[in-house]
Design a protein around this ligand. Structure first.
Ligand code: 5GP
Length: 117
């Protein structure tokens, strides 16, 4: 059965779950990941939960995907040295747990780590 409950990110956006917003554009917002895996670990999230993953988003609204990447870049410059890794887990077998598309923005001390770390 497909869930009709709002996603955890929609509930954060509405203020139902506390989380500090670290950046925002017209259609996108960003928060700190609750379980950081890098010195800087942000989640950049469209305000709509229409798209479950980045493949759906790229097909349905590439401008919104570009807006996400723009905010990721701005925040990586503000909070780190401007270099960052962008991760879209796509599908449960790849580690996706929230099916409201989001980008992990990872930065700080990553140069010695491979993408699989
Ligand atoms: P995924 O596993 O779907 O790629 O990423 C979901 C991310 O959301 C995880 O890294 C997890 O730590 C984060 N997350 C889950 N629940 C919350 C929450 O309530 N607040 C915040 N800030 N992050 C959360």
């Amino acid at each position: 059965m497909v869930s009709t409950e709002p996603s955890i990110f929609t509930r954060i956006l509405r203020g139902d779950i506390p989380s500090e917003m670290v950046g925002e554009t017209e259609n996108v917002f960003a928060i700190n990941d609750i379980a950081p895996r890098a010195p800087l670990h942000l989640l950049v999230i469209p305000k709509t939960e229409k798209y479950r993953n980045v493949v759906e988003l790229a097909a349905g609204d590439p401008e919104l995907l570009a807006e996400m990447i723009g905010l990721a870049n701005t925040l990586a410059m503000q909070h780190s040295d401007g270099d960052f890794r962008l991760v879209f887990n796509t599908g449960a077998e790849a580690g996706q747990t929230v099916f409201h598309v989001h980008a992990h923005v990872l930065a700080g001390g990553l140069s010695e780590k491979s993408v699989s770390d």
